[in-house]
Design a protein around this ligand. Structure first.
Ligand code: ATP
Ligand code: LTN
Length: 355
């Protein structure tokens, strides 16, 4: 939780008055995945699957946050490919362009522009408390000559992504909770200083699957930038590699297959089973009551493969059809007017000479 100099707001996204600008009939959601590597099961279960499952309840905006991907070392040769890969996954996983506006962040210049404006209302101290920044900086040996200003400023750009669309909810994995809190703080501060401008959004974090852990080291989050062998399940990995990673996943020396958070390996595998099967925890425990880890892992591998196979097939089809670029262009065309409208209100509120 971010501590702020001012008292926290008691308003919630659901009870706020309509924002300056648009008045969506359904609550709006916005979220994104950065193209910093190939997407993995954690991205799917913690974020994308939940966006797809709730698509009919919300007014949906989803972007591939490529401007965020350059905050850490990246290879320009991979950027466009990974951006297409993440966007392709959004559609292959089930986002429907009729129900969801899907676009690439850098295709809507208002993101970078609002990011700058919000920089000027965000205190340094708030960013210094961000745990993701501290963790990522520590991985670079806290070397001030290597860590980019962009990495430090990352959460302000994320706030801009969310606030531009006046999103009520932000469906993300557990690791993004603090960034959404910061977004709320920035929105509240702006509203207080310059008048009501932004909806103050809330994080939507799943009860299960919001923090999928690595398979070889279940004490570490599954992540795109973690290259421990067997740690991640890539959405587009070969079935044989996926099976191998699950069969070799670290568990413990106990026998019973139960949801016990003090046993991180088996707990994580059971959580993956729970989210993909939609079965209750007691039903899953009953199903594997007389079984060993080997049987359970085999069943989990089949479930993961069955769940990913249709996504992989749709992805292949989409990527060979040449349709993706067209869908993304349309998405940006729908997103830009919404973003520009908010930007206009923000500049007015700040006193700019608006053209
Ligand atoms: P990186 O390792 O490059 O920081 P990442 O794998 O953490 O990337 P992001 O692009 O930062 O992925 O995250 C996209 C979405 O996926 C966010 O909503 C994030 O919370 C969610 N997410 C990422 N990793 C996991 C995980 N292990 N379990 C559940 N959700 C996750
Ligand atoms: N910081 C997020 C990615 C992200 C995001 C956003 C998520 C950038 N902008 C806006 C939700 C809403 C992450 O997952 N690392």
């Amino acid at each position: 939780m971010v501590t702020t100099a001012e008292p926290p707001s008691t308003t919630t996204a659901a009870t706020q008055p309509p924002p300056a600008g648009q008045k969506p009939t359904r609550p709006r959601v916005l979220s994104g995945v950065k193209p910093s590597g190939s997407p993995h099961l954690g991205n799917y279960l913690g974020a994308i699957k939940r966006w797809v499952d709730a698509q009919d309840q919300y007014d949906n905006f989803f972007c591939v946050v490529d401007l965020h991907a350059i905050t850490e070392d990246q290879d320009p040769a991979n950027m466009a490919r990974l951006t297409r890969e993440v966007a392709g996954l959004y559609f292959a996983a089930g986002l429907d362009p009729k129900k969801s506006t899907v676009f690439v962040q850098s295709h809507v210049p208002a993101h970078a522009e609002l990011g700058w404006l919000l920089n000027c209302v965000t205190p340094m101290g708030w960013l210094e408390r961000m745990t993701q920044y501290k963790d990522k900086a520590a991985k670079q040996g806290d070397n001030r000559e290597r860590i980019s200003v962009g990495l430090f400023d990352y959460p302000v750009l994320m706030a801009a992504d969310i606030l531009l669309y006046q999103a009520h909810y932000v469906p993300v994995g557990d690791d993004q909770r603090q960034h959404v809190e910061l977004t709320r703080d920035v929105a509240e501060r702006f509203n207080r200083l310059f008048g009501p401008t932004f909806v103050v959004p809330e994080a939507l974090i799943g009860e299960s699957g919001a923090r999928i852990m690595g398979l070889s080291d279940p004490t570490k989050k599954m992540s795109k930038s973690e290259d421990l062998p067997g740690q991640s399940i890539g959405i587009f990995d070969d079935p044989s590699d996926i099976r191998k990673a699950i069969m070799r996943a670290t568990t413990d020396s106990q026998r019973d297959i139960v949801f016990d958070e003090s046993r991180p390996g088996i707990y994580n595998l059971l959580t993956i089973f729970e989210v993909l099967s939609g079965e209750s925890r007691p039903a899953i425990e009953a199903r594997f009551e007389d079984k060993g880890y080997g049987d359970f892992k085999k069943a989990l591998a089949e479930l993961v493969l069955d769940s990913l196979a249709p996504i992989q097939a749709r992805y292949k089809q989409l990527m060979t059809s040449g349709e993706l670029e067209h869908l993304l262009r349309e998405g940006a065309e729908r997103a830009a007017p919404v973003a520009n409208e908010t930007l206009r209100h923000v500049k007015n509120a700040l006193g700019f000479l608006v053209s």
